[in-house]
Ligand binder design. Structure first.
Ligand SMILES: [Zn+2]
Length: 247
């Protein structure tokens, strides 16, 4: 392929812009904040589930507490009625009296045992509520960090996007100075070679693959016409001669 040397130089300019665009895209793809945000959102989802689970425990325990309260009330009421009966003096039979007194005693023991249960459930309710409170405050803190990070990421993205837009416009301008045929060749090579389709020949070395060309190859490049589009024998990239090529 042939192309005026000025076009070949313009192709290097296009390459420079494409390299910058690729670097910006890479920066965009590898933002640490993006990863941090993804991790944080995962943690938030987990925390929200934990809040729901902890709230379920609280409501289960509260139901248990109501039952314990009712159990105590029942025994207390029974005991109150027995005492009333005892205090009324209406029971005179000694056997009946003894039986009533013994029931009052056993109800007192039962009440103490039930009150212990009641207290224990109450403590568990408190513990479970504290867990909900802690988790809820963790969620709030994570949500505020999420907002902060999301805003930071959006800012960086819009900054990089603006740079990309301006470099892409410059790239189009540079590409306009190159024939469609040469651009097509460049694009094809670039797609197969990690984004680098055209490289400078610098002091006998291809800047695409970084290999020093053998002297016979250098001699052939030197002999080639100025408008000959050269390719690196090693990496097949378009090789552009400049005053610093060492030819
Ligand atoms: Zn090469």
């Amino acid at each position: 392929m042939k192309a005026p040397h000025a076009e070949q130089l313009a192709l290097l300019d296009v390459q420079e812009h494409d390299t910058k665009l690729a670097q910006l895209q890479h920066r965009l793809n590898s933002l640490t904040q993006t990863q941090e945000l993804a991790d944080l959102r995962e943690r938030l989802a987990r925390l929200r589930k934990e809040v729901i689970a902890a709230e379920t425990i609280v409501s289960d325990l509260e139901r248990e507490q109501l039952k314990a309260d009712a159990d105590v009330d029942l025994v207390r009421e029974r005991s109150r009625k027995d005492r009333e009966l005892l205090d009324s003096g209406s029971i005179t039979d000694p056997k009946q009296l003894q039986s009533l007194e013994s029931e009052i005693q056993s109800l007192a023991a039962r009440q103490t045992a039930l009150e212990d249960v009641e207290l224990e459930v109450m403590e568990r309710v408190e513990g479970a509520k504290a867990a909900v409170e802690q988790l809820t405050s963790d969620v709030t803190a994570a949500e505020s960090r999420e907002q902060e990070l999301a805003a930071e990421v959006a800012g960086i993205e819009s900054d990089i996007d603006a740079q990309k837009t301006s470099i892409a416009a410059e790239r189009e301008q540079a590409a306009a100075a190159v024939s469609a045929e040469l651009v097509a060749l460049y694009d094809k090579v670039r797609a197969d070679h990690a984004g680098v389709g055209a490289a400078r020949l610098y002091r006998g070395r291809c800047e695409g693959c970084r290999l020093e060309l053998p002297p016979t190859e250098v001699a052939a490049l030197k002999a080639a016409a100025e408008d000959e589009v050269l390719r690196c024998e090693e990496c097949r990239r378009v090789l552009v001669r400049t005053s610093e090529s060492g030819l």
